[in-house]
Write a protein that binds this ligand. Structure first.
Ligand SMILES: [Zn+2]
Ligand SMILES: [Zn+2]
Length: 400
């Protein structure tokens, strides 16, 4: 109401170019000091220290300050509603911190320069390294002072902001350690992915990225990813009859929980922690009749990625066939016996077990009658189109 009663002229008399900007939002770190100040529109501002200034949050320019530091301000209404960014010495504090930080780096450079042209002893060098440590920690303390003024204090939010500035672009761990802090960045990146579902890929999750490279894929958290990680957290501490469930049980429960999607290497490692020999346990699960699919069966999966093909455990007879299948695959080194292609070597080949003497001609499941073929060669052996064949141990009923 009060707002409406103020004549436009009163605002513009002040010559304030920002009078109309009262709708502009301001970032959360800006103190909304004005909201707590007395209501009168005209107000004498208290004495302020020499050299300080006030800043309008709408135009961000220092305003209404007299040379003496005294100021009698006729405040435009818009500004009062928005709030004054009345942070004396803000720029001064940043400038001081930057000067300190720069000074430390210069000292390091000077120290290194002084060593040049002289024989350097191990003692000299250790002194340089110790000096470097002292000065870098002062540098970081100065950087933290800038963070406090700018409101960029939390390593996690700094890293997220930086990744969002670089969506779809690879950033390196060196950049992230600069932004987040040397001892913090890895944990913070993990939290962003695991706890908040930000789709940050790395060399661990994507083949086209190297170790130490990171990439934010989209500018919003992925709900599925966030949920998968929440589930992973629960299953990791899962108990059976009062005792922590075995690693194998946890793996199975996790694959069931994310079904029909796949779980990646990192998630499975987290769930089964500290279990070693994860591939062997997964294979045991497969031999127990759980239809576990890996990149050896599905070229769309990355190495280390697994998914369940069904929530149903196969009956005992089928389990024997799966055991036998692994035996044949291993004997043939996971490669097609005709052309030698193998998903083990990054090939997209899909392998199937074939009966040399066809089943309909009396062929049996003796290992000597079974071979590994890729789908192309398998189709050739049966003279059918590619894709028409089946793995004859996994799906014996539909032998081509
Ligand atoms: Zn082949
Ligand atoms: Zn066949």
């Amino acid at each position: 109401m009060r707002r409406a009663s103020v004549p436009e002229a009163a605002v513009n008399e002040d010559g304030d170019p920002c009078a109309s900007k009262d709708k502009i939002g301001f970032s959360s770190h800006v103190r909304q000091r004005s909201l707590m100040q007395p209501k009168s529109q005209s107000k004498t501002v208290k004495r302020r220290p020499e050299g300080s200034f006030r800043r309008c949050v709408a135009c961000a320019l220092p305003r209404h300050t007299t040379a003496s530091g005294w100021s009698r301000v006729q405040r435009p209404l818009g500004h009062r509603l928005l709030g004054w960014r009345a942070m004396p010495d803000e720029s001064k504090r940043i400038a001081e911190a930057l000067a300190t930080a720069g000074g430390e780096l210069n000292s390091i450079a000077a120290h290194l320069e002084a060593l040049q042209g002289e024989p350097v002893t191990p003692e000299d060098w250790l002194l340089v390294r110790a000096d470097l440590g002292r000065r870098l920690s002062r540098f970081h303390r100065a950087a933290e002072r800038v963070d406090r003024v700018l409101g960029t204090t939390g390593a996690q939010s700094r890293i997220l902001q930086y990744l969002r500035l670089n969506i779809g672009r690879t950033v390196t761990k060196d950049e992230l350690s600069g932004v987040g802090g040397i001892s913090e960045w890895a944990r913070r990146v993990r939290e962003l992915r695991v706890e908040h579902g930000w789709p940050i890929q790395s060399g661990v999750t994507r083949d086209d990225l190297r170790v130490g490279e990171y990439l934010l894929e989209a500018d919003e958290p992925n709900a599925d990813l966030a949920r998968d990680w929440r589930v992973a957290k629960d299953i990791r501490s899962m108990t059976v009859e009062g005792r922590r469930a075995s690693g194998k049980t946890r793996l199975l429960e996790y694959l069931k929980a994310v079904y029909p999607r796949s779980a990646d290497k990192e998630q499975l490692g987290y769930v089964a922690h500290p279990m070693q020999e994860r591939p062997r346990r997964l294979r045991e699960l497969a031999e127990e009749g759980w239809q576990i699919v890996s990149n050896l069966d599905d070229p769309d999966l990355a190495p280390g990625q697994y998914r369940l093909d069904s929530l149903q455990q196969l009956p005992a007879r089928a389990r024997e066939a799966i055991k036998l299948r692994y035996e044949i695959l291993e004997r043939d080194d996971y490669a097609c016996v005709d052309c030698g292609r193998s998903p083990k070597h990054g090939d997209t080949a899909r392998l199937q077990i074939h009966h040399l003497q066809f089943v309909q001609h009396g062929g049996d499941n003796n290992t000597s009658n079974l071979v590994t073929l890729c789908t192309e060669c398998h189709a050739g052996r049966h003279s059918v189109t590619v894709g028409a064949t089946r793995d004859e141990l996994l799906q014996p009923e539909s032998v081509t």
